[in-house]
Design a protein around this ligand. Structure first.
Ligand SMILES: Nc1ncnc2c1ncn2[C@@H]1O[C@H](COP(=O)(O)OP(=O)(O)O)[C@@H](O)[C@H]1O
Ligand SMILES: [Mg+2]
Length: 226
């Protein structure tokens, strides 16, 4: 296993307000790290720093040993598009595209031909039990199904890291745990590491590494002796 993501002393300020203070995190390929903490504690802010979406104020984030701060905007956006996947609380599927077109989007953006991209989308949708929904639009599927499509889209290009911000936060608890289980199993099977932000301790319990966030301070949780 190799280290895919390493954050060293990351600070993020919104103006003069600190949102993340001196965060350190290390993630190896295929690992799942969960970050829990109360609303407003800085979880989303940290996630977007790690993903190179928000410009950090101090410290650095390294992806496969490469400093994100050393990359220009174009290189950074290529990296985000091709090596990272994202899942948000409300799937954020594009309403005018079908389920298979939504799923294929990361591959299309990376330049894959339409037929190949749709084949790969069909395969991952099949693994999530969604093959029959391929031709529908997002408005024609349930909440749980659309979060599964969001998971498929985040994983279809076999990203090195998937960043998930409350990925099951909009679902009822039985749906949430089923979607989460499928998400993590699929990510693990293809070696994609996951950074999972959640306020749900049961969700976090399924991660390899757990962190808590409080007032912008990230703390690694020690494993309990068994
Ligand atoms: N774009 C922004 N501008 C200013 N303050 C922000 C912005 N986004 C978040 N914050 C503040 O930063 C803190 C952390 O927010 P956030 O990262 O969204 O926390 P969480 O995801 O844990 O709920 C909060 O106090 C929030 O109000
Ligand atoms: Mg948040």
């Amino acid at each position: 296993m190799s280290e895919v993501l390493y954050a060293k002393g990351v600070d993020l300020f919104y103006g003069k307000t600190p949102a993340v203070a001196n965060a350190h995190i290390s993630l190896f390929s295929g690992e799942v790290a969960a970050i829990t903490g109360q609303s407003g504690s800085g979880k989303s802010s940290l996630l977007y720093c790690l993903a190179g979406v928000l410009p950090i104020t101090r410290g650095d984030v390294y992806f496969e040993g490469c400093s994100l701060r050393s990359l220009d905007d174009e290189k950074l956006s290529t990296l985000r598009r091709e090596r990272f996947g994202f899942v948000f609380q409300y799937g954020e599927l594009l309403p005018e595209l079908t389920i298979e077109e939504n799923t294929a989007l990361p591959l299309r953006l990376a330049g894959r031909r339409k037929g190949d991209a749709l084949d790969a989308a069909g395969e991952i949708l099949g693994r999530l039990g969604l093959a029959d929904l391929r031709k529908r639009r997002p408005s024609q599927v349930s909440g749980g199904q659309s979060q599964r499509v969001a998971v498929a889209r985040a994983l279809v290009h076999k990203p090195a890291v998937v960043f998930a911000d409350e990925p099951t936060g909009s679902l009822d608890s039985s749906n949430a745990s089923a979607v989460l289980e499928e998400f993590l199993a699929l990510a693990r099977s293809q070696g994609s590491a996951v950074v999972l932000v959640t306020h749900d301790a049961q969700v976090a319990a399924r991660a390899d590494n757990r962190y808590t966030m409080s007032d912008g301070v990230l703390t690694a949780q020690m494993e309990e002796a068994s």
